[in-house]
Design a binder for this molecule. Structure first.
Ligand code: PLP
Length: 394
């Protein structure tokens, strides 16, 4: 028996454990310190009432012989797929067929699982800085990875370089960690590039619900030609606080054909073989997100986080600090002042303002000198943190 030795090529991710260790050490040395954490990517508001009611009702159904459900369709129940299709139609004017939507237990799983149907010979193009899952899942399969540079000059929105050949392209918009979001023109360039190279775009739309600026793209299928070159991943985690409830979806258009084969067929085969679907109560809960009450309630939660983001960006504006994100994203990606390195700035904020953020260097070489703050915290605590930052750096 041999192990998959590619796992030994994975770099240990020390980012969040290092943050936790440093924060704990500081707290031990300064027990009186009132530390505010703006480093987490997890949400803090509870599920909205419409979702909780749907969970209760579905739990009751599962407890009665007449309404009990056993195995469901691996691709998800029609009631949820139809709710998602309606969401695309109303928000993005995108029409999807029922067979093109696959319900998952979250975007992270499918972002990893999709690689099952793609050859290991493909070259992968990922942005730097990057959500680490894109890199690690490809290292596990020993695919060749090349990087495209996100930087202050391109607003952390790299565009294609036609001299570079790639087969699989990861695009995350609005982006984690940078909060930057592509407009139609930018994404059209990526779609054109992918089609010219016969490449596939893996489009991560986990943060689409934060977009408010007209002209920015919520779904890649708003771009002409994307149905021929892109798979889209999305999640209820950030739309509706499902980080602990677990539900997402993946769109694989029927028109995606490579090597003469429909990717939709391969993905269906993969899912029906290796996945037994998301639980009925969770799918009912997810469908409740798209009811009129659910939509009104999640809007309140999203507005709460948007308000936090504005509190943080107002502070940065006051200080004249350059940043991306915060407007169409829960992440604020700022340039560390005075040419500081990411971890030095982390130490400064921790020790002098008792505020914890995430050093950009943890997301790739291009993250050095940058820093991520999140809007997922408590409103009053975020305001307090912003005040402390202004006081420290002002
Ligand atoms: N994609 C991005 C860019 C993320 O930041 C995250 C979570 O933080 C995910 C996907 C994972 O989403 P899920 O909770 O649906 O697995």
């Amino acid at each position: 028996m041999k192990i998959n030795g590619n796992y030994l090529n994975l770099k240990e991710s020390y980012l969040f454990s290092d943050i936790a260790k440093k924060t704990a050490a500081y707290k031990t040395a300064h027990p009186e310190a009132d530390i505010i954490r703006l480093g987490i990517g997890d949400v803090t508001l509870p599920l909205c009432q419409a979702v909780v009611d749907a969970l209760h009702t579905a739990a009751d159904e599962m407890g009665k012989k007449e309404t009990f459900r056993g195995y469901g369709p691996e691709q998800g129940y029609d009631f949820l797929k139809d709710a998602i299709r309606d969401y695309y139609k109303s928000e993005d004017a995108v029409s999807l067929e029922a067979d093109e939507v696959f319900i998952s237990d979250g975007a992270k799983s499918d972002l990893g699982n999709i690689l099952d149907i793609l050859s290991r010979d493909n070259t992968v193009l990922v942005p730097d800085p990057v959500y680490p899952v894109y890199v690690d899942t490809n290292i596990m399969d020993d695919r060749r990875i090349i990087y495209m540079s996100g930087n202050a000059e391109n607003g952390f929105l790299p565009l294609p370089d036609t001299s570079v050949d790639a087969d699989i392209i990861y695009i995350c918009s609005p982006n984690n960690p940078t909060g930057a979001a592509y407009d139609k023109a930018g994404l059209k360039k990526w779609v054109d590039y992918a089609r010219a190279k016969n490449a596939l775009i893996l489009f991560d739309a986990a943060y689409e619900s934060f977009i408010t600026t007209p002209g920015l793209v919520r779904s890649i299928y708003e771009i002409e030609g994307a149905r021929e070159c892109a798979i889209e991943f999305c999640s209820f985690s950030k739309i509706a606080g499902f980080t602990g409830t677990r539900c997402g979806w993946t769109v694989v258009p029927e028109s995606l054909v490579y090597d003469g084969v429909k990717l939709n067929r391969l993905w269906l085969r993969r899912q029906t073989t290796k996945f037994n679907g998301v639980s009925y109560p969770v799918q009912r809960a997810a469908a409740a997100v798209f009811t009129p009450e659910g939509r009104a309630q999640i809007k309140e939660n999203l507005d709460y986080y948007r308000h936090n983001a504005k509190t943080i960006t107002d502070a940065l504006d006051k200080l004249g600090i350059w940043y991306t994100g915060g407007i169409n994203s829960p992440y604020i990606w700022l340039e560390c002042p005075n040419d500081m390195k990411s971890w030095d700035f982390f130490d400064l904020l921790l020790t002098k303002a008792n505020v914890v953020g995430t050093p950009g260097a943890g997301f790739g070489a291009n993250g050095e000198g940058f820093f991520r703050l999140t809007a997922f915290g408590d409103r009053d605590r975020t305001a307090e943190a912003a005040e402390r930052i202004v006081k420290l750096l002002g």
